[in-house]
Write a protein that binds this ligand. Structure first.
Ligand SMILES: O=C(O)CCC(=O)C(=O)O
Length: 288
């Protein structure tokens, strides 16, 4: 029979369970789990107060279990695009335009977001499919963690099947993105290096000006303030990593005002109804 532990005079709790209610074996097991559970840690990757550049790396933002569950969802992501009347939420390679030439992205992308949101980059516009419930929860978790009051309204998902798939040097500074807003980048699956360097070539002094961060399963990287204005980033090719990796960038996009259709003028009534009253408010006119 398991022996009960009684700790007199002390109010010790593990995971909310008072210690004196746990058997020796259970207490030992819990201690082992807590010891092996990786703890969240935040590292400052880049900081330039004068220019408001700030990049933070939050390791183990998701627990192993949460990251595994997310990975499983992402592997069957295409089913969520069924809610849309376009292929924006389908993970697929996209055709971009570079200097007049058409090129296919060396990775698969999908986008989800609030109605009307989309993302235009390199000559193509990717429309967002409606949020699946698991992404709604996740974006809230990310926003709460970062202390963002305004909800993210868009996520771009990149799938890299293995180390041969990549994203080249670029900054997320397109017109669709709210300037100065945070970009929260969550990674699951195989680990990959994420690189940052100044946009201005005169600020680069050889390889030492490139900062490299190893992004692992469940890590969150937050790019704040004017980071996109002064820095660019990439995920280089590698032979080391052979398994798929997914990256989700939660963003604040500018939402275009809804298109207002010109109302056709209705022909003058030939014989107006004698009971019709003159409208008093403009709203009344719309109701005719
Ligand atoms: O995969 C990554 O970590 C980076 C993705 C990225 O740069 C982007 O979506 O703009």
């Amino acid at each position: 029979m398991a022996r009960e532990i009684v700790i007199k005079g002390r109010n010790l709790n593990i995971l909310g369970i008072p210690c004196h209610l746990l058997s020796c074996e259970k207490l030992h097991m819990l201690k082992q789990i807590l010891r092996s559970a990786p703890t969240q840690k935040t590292t400052r990757v880049l900081r330039d107060r004068e220019r408001d550049v700030n990049v933070q790396h939050h390791t183990h933002f998701l627990t192993k279990n949460e990251a595994d569950t997310l990975l499983a969802e992402l592997k069957t992501l295409d089913k969520y695009n069924l809610m849309a009347d376009h292929d924006g939420g389908q993970l697929k390679q996209r055709v971009l335009r570079f200097y007049g030439k058409e090129v296919v992205t060396p990775r698969q992308t999908a986008a989800f977001g609030d109605p009307g949101t989309s993302y235009r980059f390199s000559g193509q516009r990717q429309r967002a499919a409606p949020w699946p419930p698991f992404l709604l929860e996740l974006k809230q978790q990310v926003a709460e963690f970062l202390g963002e009051e305004k909800p993210f309204n868009f996520v771009l998902i990149n799938e890299y099947k293995d180390g041969s798939q990549t994203i080249g040097w670029h900054a997320d500074d397109e017109r669709d993105i709210e300037p100065g807003s945070v970009i929260a980048s969550l990674s699951v699956g195989d680990e990959r290096d994420f690189r940052l360097r100044p946009k201005d070539p005169s600020e680069r002094h050889g390889r030492s000006t490139t900062t490299s961060v190893r992004l692992r399963h469940g890590d969150l990287l937050a790019m704040h303030g004017n980071t996109q204005k002064h820095y660019e980033h990439s995920v280089p090719r590698t032979k080391k990593h052979r398994k798929p990796r997914y990256n989700l960038t939660f963003r604040h996009m500018n939402v275009p005002p809804p298109k207002t259709r010109k109302r056709k003028r209705s022909p003058e009534p030939i014989d107006p109804l004698p009971t019709a009253k003159k409208p008093r408010h403009s709203k009344d006119i719309l109701m005719y």
